[in-house]
Write a protein that binds this ligand. Structure first.
Ligand code: C5J
Length: 220
């Protein structure tokens, strides 16, 4: 067993059953003209964490541990997009509409791609997900069983939406979950702080939090 110095107490894990899951580090959430910006958000908060996420990804790769990537996106015919999701938030451009980076949040479009700096390597698992949680309507659960993962470290965006939703889904499925505090971000700093506090409250009711450096020390 190995250990990460974490909150609210040490995260004990087996390196051979641990993976990093990087949530939705896509151009649509990080660049002007994308989905995040269409909802009126300041996307510079997302681009600011890219070097830290990259450090974490490279640390997992160097340790020989799996890196899994997710992308929030929909089929070109929108058959997996509930009208309630398309209409929500009164964005300036809606999911599926043509924007400056192609059709917003549609699989295969330039804006939907993972940021170049964080591009998956050949052989890494990439989950395309229509929901906020990465288990809903995807093969993530089967993939994790197949590669024998039981503990998940989370990075990516946004903390209180897709990261927290996926972490809660994973927690309910019996995975032990830790979120890297400085490798996740929200458009709203107060929501990020609240999400991290909720996750580790009540004796790690949903999971643990630690800094990227603490995670990297633990897996080295
Ligand atoms: C959002 C996400 N915020 N990846 N998606 O709509 O958190």
């Amino acid at each position: 067993m190995a250990e990460i110095d974490a909150q609210p107490f040490a995260f004990v894990f087996k390196p051979e059953t641990t993976a990093l899951i990087v949530i939705d580090m896509q151009r649509d959430f990080a660049e002007p003209g994308g989905f995040g910006a269409s909802l009126g958000n300041d996307v510079s908060r997302v681009t600011a964490i890219v070097p830290t996420v990259k450090k974490l990804v490279e640390g997992f790769r160097a340790a020989g541990l799996p890196v899994i990537h997710t992308m929030e996106c929909h089929r070109p015919d929108l058959s997996d997009l509930p009208p309630a999701k398309r209409d929500r938030g009164n964005p300036s451009i809606r999911i599926g509409d043509a924007g400056p980076m192609g059709r917003v949040l549609i699989a295969g479009e330039p804006g939907t791609a993972i940021l170049d700096e964080l591009a998956p390597l050949p052989g890494e698992i990439v989950i395309e997900k229509p929901g906020k949680g990465a288990f809903y309507a995807t093969g993530l659960g089967d993939d994790l069983k197949r590669i024998g993962v039981r503990q998940l470290v989370f990075a990516g965006v946004t903390t209180e939406v897709c990261v927290q939703t996926t972490m809660r889904e994973a927690n309910d499925r019996g995975y032990e979950c830790l979120v890297a505090e400085d490798a996740t971000e929200s458009y709203f700093p107060e929501f990020k702080a609240a999400a991290l506090a909720m996750i580790r409250a009540q004796g790690a009711i949903v999971g643990w939090t630690a800094t990227t450096d603490q995670v990297l020390e633990g897996i080295a």
